[in-house]
Design a protein around this ligand. Sequence first.
Ligand code: CA
Length: 365
Amino acid sequence: MKRRNLVKALSVGAIAGAISACKPKAQDCTNSTTANTKTYKWKMVTAWPKNFPGLGTGANFLAEIINSMSGGRLQITVYGGGELVPPLEVFDAVSRGTAEMGHAASYYWRGKVPEAQFFGAVPFGMNAQEMNGWIYHGGGLELWTELYKPHNLVPFPVGHSGVQMGGWFNKEINTKDDLKGLVMRIPGLGGDVLARAGGSPKLLPGSELFTSLQTGNIDATEWVGPYNDLAFGLYQAAKYYYYPGWHEPTACLEGIVNKQAYDSLPEDLQEIIRIACIAATQNMLADYTAKNNTALETLVNEHHVQLRKFPDEVLEELKIQAHEVVEELGNQSEIGKMIYQSYKTFAEKTRNWLEVSEKAYLQAR
Ligand code: CA
């Protein structure tokens, strides 16, 4: 066949194929052409101050890559906490459609959806690597999607802090008795655990940590890790910097999308959101890994911070209490039981693998 004829035959074939592919769903073809040229302008509300290192910049990164991957067809404007809605109203705002998208942490909604805490941070639970394994390949995301369905939301993981620090203390912690009466800012399940160990957990927004610590209103506070803690200047208000962050082996952050807004998108834009969220998840963990280590150097070498490891006895006591707290959370509802079982089974299996891989390697090197 001569080239011209081949081209002609291919063109006719391609057109015929396109027509026959369109036939059963002629309406869909017209819609998809329209949809592929349509521009969507979305709002993303967040629980962080605008451009807040790690978390806020992670939300910006997500919006930027969605904009660029979609060739500008899905444009997302990011709003800091309080700009459009208060930080702790992100869930409701996206649920009712005030904003199409949100970026926050699932454990903020514990009063409304207690089971959501399994997707944020679990004391003595899975770290970022394990959480990703569970969420992406162990059934976690399906359960999370199910949990948020009645709330009109589609969830995606969007970032990890990695293992956090234990926090800033003005009181030495040498035995488990030192936890008794300890007044500490520590939210979520970590706070529940501290309370059972005899401490007195407090809920304070990040902006009040420094003053509360300096005035002695609290004995201790946790925040995130060196990168964010250095920026807050907490080393100026506390004597000791304890590790590890048993209460947050990672904070898995969430991207939530209003269900109607998500369903209104053509499939390729839905896929772009899904893939962009995976990229943003990896990018944030890399950001924290890179910045935490330089910030820790600055804290220790320039600000002479006293780094302390929690004694084994203290960690052991907290771990006993944590297992009870988490088990109770996992038995509160039918969906809670499913999530808890899935989380627990995966965590046990992956622990065996990490023992002979990551842990053995870290110890060996
Ligand atoms: Ca924290």
